[in-house]
Design a protein around this ligand. Structure first.
Ligand code: TXA
Ligand code: MG
Length: 313
């Protein structure tokens, strides 16, 4: 099940699907130009075909095979934040299968930072479509064991690259009238984008947009099997878990299990811990998991976005 980089590349060349580490979460990779491989990814995840995949590249030049045009602001963002946790949605070339883009005329492209991911793309010799390597709507994997648990018997293998450093999925950015719009918040924050493009002095403010623009952003997503609640309680039901951030609440003794995203309220540490801790709490046979939202700024936006969707509210 666990593969070397060469073994993974050979399987990918034959149209197989392999879970690979990236700096954000593990991805379930297949040849972005091979419909058979793409269909296998959708089938393994039980993901609906309208939900498009992100295509991963190892060098900027590969974008020529994918995007018909590249807005100036997209180029500026790529120069600054690639390789890294940022995905750009660009008008697609005809050669990109409709299956890869969920029938949309745009393709999402990302250059990951994790060296293992870059090496696998180069060894395979083509761009890799890779959604997060989890069953549809379930928790994203930040360790190889998480992938094994959910998809072990549905895929051709896993490359173990240890824990993912960032821990939440990439920021997805589209362009409307050449201006960036954040479809999914991530580690490249709205503040960083505005700063780099010098948009601070204009009224333009990249916002999360309506779901139809980014069909994958469903209300219920990234969910553990155990119900997750985003409320603080005066009375804690027996056998409850707490996903804390910073100082514990006064009633913390009433919880059967507590994990703290970051005792020092460090958002980077919290993002890196998010899915791993949710996986752990989910395996504790708790009646419910309680979490509170984090400060709504910078990376806090991305973490809260995932918590709200995980709770399905
Ligand atoms: O960090 C990440 O982005 C990870 C790693 C593996 O790279 N991948 C990931 O993929 O999170 P996935 O499939 O779980 O989420 C991709 C989301 C889609 O659900 C959709 O919302 C958006 O990216 N997306 C993809 N293609 C798009 C397109 N053509 N137009 C608009 N949104 C798109
Ligand atoms: Mg996903």
């Amino acid at each position: 099940m666990y593969l070397s980089l060469d073994e993974a590349a050979e399987i990918l060349k034959k149209g197989g699907i392999v879970a690979i580490p990236t700096e954000t979460v593990y991805g379930l990779a297949g040849n972005a130009f091979c419909e058979i491989a793409i269909a296998k990814i959708f089938a393994a995840k039980e993901r609906p075909f309208f939900d498009p995949l992100i295509v991963h590249i190892a060098e900027f030049g590969e974008i020529e095979n994918l995007a018909a045009t590249i807005p100036k602001n997209a180029k500026l963002l790529a120069e600054k934040f690639w390789p890294g946790p940022m995905t750009l949605v660009l008008p697609k070339k005809k050669s990109v299968p409709d299956l890869t883009t969920g029938g949309l005329s745009a393709v999402a492209v990302r250059m990951p930072k994790k060296q293992i991911a870059i090496d696998i793309i180069k060894l395979a010799g083509f761009a890799l479509a890779a959604p997060s390597a989890n069953m549809f709507q379930r928790l994203s994997p930040t360790k190889a064991e998480h992938v094994l648990e959910q998809l072990g018997n549905r895929i051709d293998g896993i490359v173990d690259g240890g824990a993912c450093e960032v821990g939440v999925e990439s920021t997805v950015i589209g362009f409307e009238n050449e201006m960036p719009v954040i479809y999914r918040p991530g580690a490249i924050t709205s503040e960083m984008i505005k700063e780099h493009l010098d948009l601070k002095t204009t009224s333009h403010s990249p916002l999360t947009t309506a779901d139809h623009v980014s069909p994958g952003l469903l209300q219920k997503h990234y969910s553990p099997n155990t119900p997750l609640y985003l409320e603080s309680l005066s009375e804690v039901p027996p056998n409850s878990g707490l996903l804390a951030f910073g100082k514990l609440p006064a009633n913390s003794k009433a919880f059967a299990k507590i994990l703290n995203l970051s005792e020092n309220e460090d958002l980077i540490e919290a993002a890196a811990n998010l899915y791993g801790m949710l996986h752990k709490l989910d395996s504790c046979r708790l009646g419910g998991i309680y979490a509170t939202l984090l400060p709504q700024a910078g990376l806090g936006n991305a973490i809260n976005d995932r918590l709200i969707r995980a709770a399905g509210c």
